[in-house]
Design a protein around this ligand. Structure first.
Ligand code: SF4
Ligand code: SF4
Length: 355
């Protein structure tokens, strides 16, 4: 009999009853119709690795083809925590030469604290608030470089929020890409750096930080706006005398990990004519580092979504995660303007449109 390995938490592996309810929810299974690229198939691969019937190297392809979107979790009747199992899988498999080169580069950049902090200090230098507040804005390591306007909007929308531009990375990138322990350590460090409630504009970071620091410490921006009963402060935005047409792309980890999907919709309904994008809940293919690690697969996943979006003739497509924002901005060549929800909230607060 083959000797068992200690890679996965056995209780997590044992929870799957192989019912197959998760198969139709899985974007990679939808493409391939191959059991190996379904959640159940991948759990069986993990079990085979644990039993030493398969090597970690042989499991690499499916560990990277999986988007980590956790759509399988929300339909699972047995409470399988697939996201945790995927983190354990990559933590064991994505080591040394098995770690994708682009992941090595991203982690290298995120690990250079001085570099991450300098981006925040430079891009948000005029927005440092000296007075300590009870809510701290998390800047996100790549978001502060790519989309500094998102943090600036957050600081304008919420008077009670302060920001420390010298803060580090939350560790979500590490946890999802083979450095689970380091990812948890960084989340705890950020928790020490940012007092009180931590406000984040990234669904992925919100889910990771909540898993380490607890849900009470962490609020995603649309959740925070909604829970603070700020909906009545919003104004309609009009264009050519008509309400703007708005759609939303969910963040997988925000929706599937934290159950937050109603809040951004309620906000958008107050600002304009809300249109549900078909498949809004399905992954856009950004999936953290996925769009860089597997660009061809990422494009295949997003292309169906783009054709659905183009039929709606939206003015704005709203995102709640920087990775989704980058993915949609680079994929939509002609069509709605892609914008983060807090930027649209800021526009609405400044708008003189009728309520
Ligand atoms: S992960 Fe859940 S839904 Fe999928 S096969 Fe296992 S028990 Fe069934
Ligand atoms: S995380 Fe997403 S891509 Fe991976 S198995 Fe689950 S549903 Fe499929």
């Amino acid at each position: 009999m083959s000797e068992e390995k200690n890679i996965f938490t056995q209780e997590l592996l044992d929870r799957c009853i192989s019912c197959g309810y998760c198969l139709p929810a899985c974007p990679t299974y939808e493409i391939t119709k191959d059991e190996a690229s379904s959640p159940r198939g991948r759990i069986n691969i993990m079990r085979a690795v644990q039993k030493n019937e398969l090597t970690l190297f042989e499991s690499l392809e499916q560990s990277s083809y999986c988007l980590g979107c956790r759509a399988c979790e929300v339909v699972c009747p047995a409470g399988v925590e697939y996201g945790l199992m995927l983190e354990e899988w990559r933590d064991a498999a994505w080591q040394g030469k098995n770690r994708p080169l682009i992941v090595k580069l991203l982690l290298f950049a995120a690990n250079r604290r001085v570099f991450v902090r300098l981006m925040g200090l430079f891009n948000l230098r005029n927005y440092k608030k000296s007075k300590q507040q009870s809510v701290s804005l998390m800047l996100g390591c790549f978001e502060r470089g790519l989309f500094p306007g998102v943090s600036k909007s957050s600081l304008k929308v919420f008077d009670q929020v302060s920001s420390n531009p010298a803060q580090g990375c939350c560790g979500a990138l590490h946890a999802h890409n083979g450095e689970l322990e380091r990812g948890q350590e960084l989340a705890r460090e950020l928790g020490d750096q940012l007092p009180g409630t931590i406000l984040t504009t990234s669904g992925g970071c919100a889910a990771h930080l909540s898993s380490v620091l607890g849900k009470d410490r962490v609020k995603e921006v649309s959740q925070y706006f909604f829970e603070n009963e700020m909906l009545d402060s919003l104004n309609e935005i009009t264009k050519n005398g008509k309400k703007i047409k708005i759609g939303l792309q969910d963040s997988c980890h925000l929706r599937n990990g934290l159950g937050i999907f109603k809040e951004p919709r309620e906000i958008l309904k107050r600002i304009g004519e809300y249109q549900e994008v078909p498949g809004a809940a399905e992954c856009c293919g950004a999936a953290g580092s996925y769009a860089l690690v597997r660009p061809k697969d990422s494009k295949e996943i997003v292309s169906k979504k783009i054709s659905e979006i183009s039929k709606l003739e939206l003015d704005y497509l709203v995102t709640v995660n920087p990775g989704c924002q980058r993915q949609m901005q680079t994929s939509i060549k002609k069509g709605p303007k892609v914008i983060h929800i807090v930027e649209l909230i800021e526009m609405s607060l400044q708008s003189k449109g009728s309520k």
